[in-house]
Every structure is written in structure tokens, then in C-alpha cells.
Design a protein around this ligand. Structure first.
Ligand code: ATR
Length: 277
């Protein structure tokens, strides 16, 4: 049996073993997928040991996504732009790195939730690793505006400037401070990529960014109605979503990359979804 795993610290919360085991059953692929907790200073050694034991690939989660990029021999353009990898594949002595988080988000929004990005105004809240990883796939979906708004405006400006310098997002990708959103108008899609929901904190958001056709998307999952989603709901956002679909879609992308067969995601998302109340 081919062996795969997710590596992180901590790792107990990970749903990846469950998701990939369901995918393997549904597609009749002979593989095992386990969770491995690496010591904080032992990511590379843990991956080396897994490869030596016959491992074919791993997913990588916090806090090792940046290190995973450095570990690989070959890094895809989107992993490079994301500055992080969430999947590694081992072919003989070579290690390839990919990042499927952003494509998972874009696919969940456009395919599963049926909310077009093309020609729409998209607001990305946050300028940390989670936001950075989502930018290239969202730009590929051709919005008219992708505004990165962050508490610290400088960080958003630096992130946008680095994309522009690499030839991405000219005329579409812009930066702002959260305090500038009051004049920014209404958005078709608002994605929360800050870590505020994890700390149960609300963001200072003006209600007029949301409208009846707005999709409010929180990248966290399993937390029910987060402060961000509650704000959006109270401001009249027409549609709310959490990040469970993104999680399952990035897993399906990794599975297809490793195995050459893309599993169906709808049933898995349904099994893992928690009510947004
Ligand atoms: P991650 O890798 O998960 O994105 P990160 O790199 O630590 O985590 O980034 C966290 C993001 O959440 C940042 O954009 C941060 O804003 P600052 O850059 O201004 O610090 C944002 N964030 C976290 N808590 C926040 C809060 N209470 N209000 C507004 N923004 C918050």
C-alpha cells in the first residue's frame, strides 16, 4: 500500500486522514493516510524518515508550510507565490512542492457555492500567510478588483507590491487598511483570511461592504457562526460560508496530483459540514 500522511504540530485536530481515507475508498485507491506530529525543530527529519519508510507524499500544515517550500527540490509557481507549500510528492530522490489551499478556496466559491469571481469585486481581509496563499488562484479567476485589506496597511501594501513585482495582479490587485473600507463600496465576495475568528474577535468592518448578493466566506471551519460571519449576517450579506469546502477541495487537488484521479467532494463536504448558527 502506498503511504501518505499529514505533518503538523499540533496535528490531533486534522481532518485530513478522514478525508483522504474516504477519497481512497470512493476511488478504490490502495493507500494509507495517517497523521504525524513533527517536533517544532524536526520537520525535515520527520519527512526524511517518512520517505525512507516508503512514503509517497505528505500534506503539510501549521507551522511547517514555509519550511516545506524550502525542503523541496522543485516548487510550483503557485507555491512560490504563496511562499508556502501544503503538499509534497516524492518521486525517487526528488521532492516536488505544491500549494492547493488557494485553488481549494477558488473552487469552493465558484463551483460548490456557485458564486462567480470573474468580473466581480472581491475583498480579502488579512495579509498573512492564509491571504497570500489565496491571491494567485483568485486572480486567475479574473475578478475586476481584488482588494487586500489589513489592520496594518503596510503589510497589505507589501504583499500586493510583491505580487505586482512578479507580474501578477496589475490593475486588479490593490491594498488598503481596514479603516479605509468605509469608502470602498460594496463587494460581491468578502473572504476573511485573518486569524481573528480563531481568537473569537470581530473585525472593525463597515456594514456597507456587504449586500444581499454578497458571499461572506470565513476560511476557518467547524466554529459555527464566527464573529465575522455574524457581522456579515447582521449587515445583510446574502450568503455565508465557512472553510470546510476549501479544506475538502484542497485535499481533492492533492489526491488528484498524487494519484491521477480526482475524487468527488460534495458528499465529503456534506458529511463534515457544521451548521452556521
Ligand atoms: P496566517 O498565516 O494564518 O494568515 P498571520 O500570518 O499571523 O497568520 O496573519 C494573521 C492575519 O490576521 C494578519 O493579517 C493580521 O493583521 P496584522 O497584519 O495587522 O497583524 C490579522 N489579524 C489577526 N487578528 C486580528 C484582529 N483582531 N483584527 C484585525 N486583524 C487581525
Amino acid at each position: 500500500m502506498d503511504r501518505y500522511a499529514v505533518i503538523g504540530h499540533p496535528i490531533g485536530h486534522s481532518k485530513s486522514p478522514l478525508i483522504h481515507t474516504w477519497f481512497a475508498q470512493a476511488t478504490e485507491q490502495a493507500l494509507t493516510y495517517t497523521a504525524i506530529e513533527a517536533p517544532l525543530d524536526g520537520f525535515a527529519a520527520t519527512v526524511d524518515a517518512f520517505r525512507a519508510a516508503g512514503g509517497r507524499g505528505v500534506n503539510v500544515t501549521l507551522p511547517f508550510k514555509i519550511e516545506a517550500c524550502a525542503y523541496a527540490d522543485e516548487v510550483s509557481e503557485r507555491a512560490r507565490l504563496a511562499g508556502a507549500a501544503n503538499a509534497l510528492a516524492f518521486d525517487g530522490t526528488r521532492c516536488r512542492a505544491e500549494n492547493f489551499d488557494g485553488v481549494g478556496l477558488a473552487r469552493d466559491i465558484t463551483v460548490n457555492l456557485g458564486h462567480p469571481v470573474a468580473g466581480r469585486r472581491v475583498l480579502m481581509l488579512g495579509a498573512g500567510g492564509a491571504a497570500r496563499g489565496a491571491l494567485q488562484p483568485l486572480l486567475q479567476a479574473a475578478p475586476t478588483l481584488l482588494l487586500v485589506a489589513n489592520r496594518s496597511t503596510d503589510k497589505a501594501a507589501a504583499l500586493v507590491a510583491s505580487f505586482h513585482a512578479q507580474g501578477w495582479g496589475h490593475g486588479v490587485l490593490r491594498a488598503a487598511g481596514l479603516d479605509e473600507l468605509v469608502d470602498a463600496g460594496r463587494f460581491d465576495i468578502v473572504v476573511n483570511a485573518t486569524s481573528a475568528s480563531l481568537a473569537d474577535q470581530a473585525l472593525p468592518l463597515p456594514p456597507q461592504i456587504f449586500g444581499p448578493d454578497t458571499l461572506a466566506y470565513d476560511m476557518v471551519y467547524g466554529q459555527g457562526l464566527t464573529p465575522f460571519l455574524r457581522q456579515a449576517q447582521q449587515a445583510g450579506a446574502g450568503r455565508l460560508a465557512d472553510g470546510i469546502g476549501m479544506l475538502v477541495e484542497q485535499a481533492a487537488e492533492a489526491f488528484a496530483w498524487w494519484r491521477g484521479v480526482r475524487p468527488d467532494t460534495a458528499a465529503v463536504i456534506q458529511r463534515l459540514a457544521t451548521p452556521l448558527t
